[in-house]
Design a protein around this ligand. Structure first.
Ligand code: SAM
Length: 351
């Protein structure tokens, strides 16, 4: 009997294969969003989330002295729900509606199709590369985007660094496999001494590249990058890699191509990368503080005034999911990166 061919893939390549392999990858063949899907994102829990973002964008535009042109770029738009509600909210503010141009950067052709169907009556531009945007100011919105990018992991053992890889037998992943690694080479590539004071590293090289491209645009034309995601503020990095299927954590090897693969952002690392590219943290807070300081409770009161008890309860039940400390309120953080000249901290004031 012939033995199965063995091969080894780096963790980030494994994640790309699992999520984006043509026709069979997780994001290439199914719509994972919602109660019946594998996970649910804030815009799909309550429209008030995206309404608050729309209000925040308008405040930022005002702070930029109401420029005649403004680009809004959603990074990874999922099923298109967030930008759908943002652009609907803009319709109530004709000035902003006439100055802003909305872009979506989306990798999955399958999700792009779903977005195009949902947004068919809106004027939206799809792009595959951020360099298609040649002017500004630009506001980049990244809700659960960076956590969908592939990562690498490294462990320190007896003063040397090992990289975690995945061993395949035939076409299936078998087990994790650690290989001695030259961490200095990685540090040279990203231009940051990531191993300092760490004994474990979890890093997305793609996230670093995106922040570099975005920082060039923000430094040149103004604007900002708003990151909303699972994550922690501590300097010490943690192993947070996980598979998500049917709203539960699952093994990423045995559920190859059948689960989402995600991780929690190390916000301190993102801050340092932002600094390296001349961006500053204009604000960092929890999702709870951000949405509350933008007035989510007041908005809920207005829209639920004449509703039945059941409908009212539903609105508050959904808001609770977004802001309660037990759900997404604290584990989700919001961070705004801007250039050094910009002074804007709406949504971050209470911290
Ligand atoms: C977890 S979903 C979040 C969707 C949406 N922002 C929301 O909040 O509902 C991640 C999205 O990012 C997209 N994505 C992942 N990597 C990408 C990349 N490198 N470039 C563009 N889109 C990407 C995925 O296809 C998906 O649409």
């Amino acid at each position: 009997m012939r033995s199965k061919k063995k091969s080894i893939l780096s963790l980030d390549k494994f994640i790309i294969k699992s999520l984006y392999e043509k026709n069979t990858g997780y994001y290439m063949s199914k719509n994972p969003f919602g109660k019946k899907g594998d996970f649910i994102t804030s815009p799909n829990i309550s429209i008030l989330f995206s309404e608050m973002l729309a209000i925040w964008v308008i405040s930022f535009w005002k702070n930029l002295n109401e420029p005649k042109k403004l680009n809004i770029i959603e990074m990874g738009a999922g099923n298109g729900e967030m930008i759908n509600i943002i652009s609907k909210t803009f319709e109530k503010f004709p000035i902003i509606n006439s100055v802003c141009k909305i872009y979506i950067l989306e990798k999955s052709p399958y999700l792009k199709k779903i977005q195009k169907e949902k947004l068919k009556h809106k004027k939206i531009y799809w792009i595959n590369n951020l360099n298609k945007i040649k002017n500004g100011p630009n506001i980049f919105l990244a809700n659960e985007f960076l956590d969908a990018l592939p990562i690498k992991q490294f462990f320190k053992k007896n003063e040397s660094w090992l990289e975690r890889k995945v061993k395949f037998e035939g076409i299936y992943p078998k087990n994790f496999y650690n290989i001695k690694s030259n961490i200095k080479r990685i540090e040279k590539k990203i231009g940051y001494e990531i191993s300092k004071n760490q004994d474990f590293i979890e890093i997305s090289e793609d996230a670093v590249k995106y922040i570099e491209v975005i920082s060039n645009k923000i430094n040149r034309f103004g604007g900002g990058l708003l990151i909303i995601d699972y994550g922690y503020k501590e300097k010490k990095m943690k192993n947070t890699l996980r598979g998500i299927q049917n709203h539960k954590i699952v093994n990423i090897l045995s559920n190859y191509k059948k689960c989402d693969i995600t991780y929690s952002l190390a916000f301190d690392f993102l801050k340092e990368i932002g600094k390296k590219f001349n961006l500053k943290v204009a604000g960092i807070t929890t999702q709870r503080n951000f949405l509350k300081s933008l007035g989510i409770m007041e908005r809920a009161e207005i829209i639920s005034k004449n509703l039945s008890f059941t409908k009212k309860a539903n609105i508050y039940y959904r808001i609770n999911k977004l802001i309660d400390k037990k759900f997404m309120g604290e584990i989700f953080k919001v961070m705004l990166l801007t250039n050094n000249k910009t002074k804007f901290n709406i949504g971050f004031k209470s911290d």
